[in-house]
Design a protein around this ligand. Structure first.
Ligand code: MLT
Length: 410
């Protein structure tokens, strides 16, 4: 019999969001009359904007004529999209990138997972705690860890607690690590890193020959002009960082699927024989072998985000979600809860009322308010006692959910 990859068996339960979905479906089946409001998974609710939709339709029409039909595209992504992102999203930050440093994909979740292909298995890895579960689980799946201890920490990974005490900002690892995942604005805590704080990480990585895997999926939600949108705003970062970005939350592409990775040409690692090699070359080799590119209509739709009208509409949607964040943040503070995030990112991270674990509070909100959120402990042991609400709901639902919670906690 063929052997399975039994690293998968080290994973304790199902992936967090399907697990929540399973519980919510169970509740809905038992209470068909309940109007359940879902503020759990960060899934957008506003439709694609008119300009983006038109570009999408036009590109589909291109496929209907032999003269404009498109077959396989470049595995790395079309230049029309890469150039639009570089010009409109990186240049204004003072970041210069070459087309060959950017790779378009079908979403950031896959990129965050697939990037592990180009790193040696015996690299040491640090992740935040709590953290986007994909970073943890994909390292378990690939075989970089031992079993989890009783708290849920996997042997072999270095966890960096992000707590109320440290302002949800991880401290530098005590031992040297080869790879560090950073996510700012943070999922799940909503914390952001200042230029100084990011410089600290870049300096750490340069001094230790480490690589930062910088997840900037929520950069478009930053409202404070002093907060960096890209790690490459920090000098030296091109020598030590890979950056991930996504159209999912920025432009409503959770179902459409488009993301990007920047792997700078200056970024090098060592070979097993002690030489140096470019991660950019490895990632290009990986993508050309394992990926055939995001679809042409999707990339056309993504490029339309950067047109004048497309960006204006996109910004309106972002502002809409950030107004939701304000409503949730202020409403729950009024209800007496201690609330973080929701200012420079679309997640509200709240402390559960005294005596309730994260899953207790999940059950309470589901059963008593018919509101779905995400238990903080699902993001890691340091998330215990916290709870995440997403600001991606539609306005009426957000207002109603906050009212229900306020009434319940009174
Ligand atoms: C979340 O809710 O954390 C995100 O939607 C998950 C994701 O982007 O994959």
């Amino acid at each position: 019999m063929a052997k399975i990859n039994d690293n998968y068996l080290k994973l304790k339960a199902g992936y967090l969001f399907p697990e929540i979905g399973r519980r919510v479906r169970g509740f809905a089946a038992a209470h068909p009359e309940a109007k359940v409001i879902r503020l759990g998974i960060g899934d957008v609710t506003q439709p694609l904007t008119p300009t983006i939709l038109k570009a999408f339709h036009d590109a589909v029409d291109d496929l209907a004529q032999a003269s404009s039909f498109m077959g396989y595209g470049p595995e790395q992504g079309y230049d029309f999209l890469i150039e639009a992102i570089i010009e409109k999203s990186y240049k204004p930050l003072g970041v210069e990138l070459k087309n060959t440093e950017m790779f378009i994909s079908d979403g950031s979740k896959c990129d965050c997972a697939n990037i592990l292909d180009i790193f040696a298995l015996d690299n040491t890895v640090a992740i935040g705690d709590p953290v986007y579960p994909v970073y943890n689980d994909t390292n378990v799946m690939i075989g970089r860890t031992g079993e989890a201890d009783e708290k849920g920490y996997y042997q072999g990974l270095v966890y960096l607690p992000c707590t109320e005490e440290n302002g949800f900002m991880p401290a530098f690892p005590k031992e040297r690590v080869d790879m560090i995942y950073l996510c700012f604005p943070n999922n799940p805590t909503g914390a952001v890193a200042t230029k100084e704080q990011l410089k600290g990480w870049v300096d750490y990585a340069l001094a230790n020959d480490s690589v930062i895997l910088f997840d900037a999926a929520y950069e478009a939600f930053i409202t404070d002009p002093s907060i960096p949108h890209s790690i490459y705003e920090i000098e030296g970062a091109k020598k030590c960082a890979i950056e991930f970005r996504s159209f999912s939350k920025t432009a409503g592409f959770t179902g459409v699927r488009c993301g990007l990775v920047v792997v700078p040409e200056e970024l090098e690692g060592t070979t097993s024989t002690g030489g140096k090699y470019s991660f950019n070359k490895l990632w290009l080799r990986r993508q050309t072998t394992k990926f055939n590119g995001a679809s042409y209509p999707v990339q056309k739709a993504a490029a339309a985000v950067y047109s004048e009208a497309g960006w204006k509409e996109t910004k309106e949607n972002i502002d809409y979600y950030m107004e939701n964040a304000r409503i949730i943040r202020e409403g729950l503070s009024e209800a007496g809860l201690t609330v973080y995030g929701g200012v420079n990112g679309p997640y509200i991270w709240l402390k559960t009322p005294a005596g309730l674990t994260s899953w207790d509070f999940f059950d309470k909100l589901l059963n008593e308010c018919n509101v779905v959120g995400t238990p903080g402990s699902g993001f890691g042991p340091s998330g215990e006692g916290y709870f995440r609400l997403s600001a991606f709901g539609n306005r009426d639902n957000v207002i109603e959910a906050v009212e229900r919670i306020k009434k319940n906690l009174k």
